[in-house]
Design a protein around this ligand. Sequence first.
Ligand SMILES: CC(C)(COP(=O)(O)OP(=O)(O)OC[C@H]1O[C@@H](n2cnc3c(N)ncnc32)[C@H](O)[C@@H]1OP(=O)(O)O)[C@@H](O)C(=O)NCCC(=O)NCCS
Length: 150
Amino acid sequence: MFIINKAGRDDIPAVLEIEKVSHARPWNEAGFICELSKQRSGRGILLTAQDEGSGAIAGYITGDFIVDYLHISNMAVGPDFRRGGAGRMLLAAAERETLKKKFSSLTLEVSEKNEAALSLYRRFGFEIKGRRPKFYEEKYDGLLMWKRLI
Ligand SMILES: CC(C)(COP(=O)(O)OP(=O)(O)OC[C@H]1O[C@@H](n2cnc3c(N)ncnc32)[C@H](O)[C@@H]1OP(=O)(O)O)[C@@H](O)C(=O)NCCC(=O)NCCS
């Protein structure tokens, strides 16, 4: 099981380790520090999933509150923890934070080639609402997905 927390400065090294092995173009430290500052001022989230057994950071999610929705800008779960439910728990926590603000929707963009993420988002109730042709690697479409909450 995983415990969801708001990230702090001390979590950034562990987050960066996961980021490096999860994305082709990983964010750097400054990127995550910026997310922490948005979280502090209520403009965004940077939540972590902590493995209950080992205490290790298993994954994280970031997002920006825009108008009345949360745009999920990044999420990843470390390879050792995948298929353990952390991704679903992080999305559920992001949804709770959005509902606390009485905002209406969640949105994100994902490559049509990212089957794991696409399957997770679909199962979580996201629908494809738009497409950015050949946005990823100049080959794969970016899928714009929304989940209406209220
Ligand atoms: C996408 C990602 C965050 C999923 O995290 P996770 O913790 O493994 O996801 P969960 O265990 O909560 O999975 C929930 C459901 O999503 C779907 N899913 C997750 N990984 C999947 C995979 N590899 N293949 C097919 N379906 C998958 C399944 O329906 C799964 O439910 P099930 O395990 O009961 O079948 C993780 O694979 C990851 O970090 N990938 C690399 C980074 C990335 O692609 N981030 C998203 C960028 S938009």
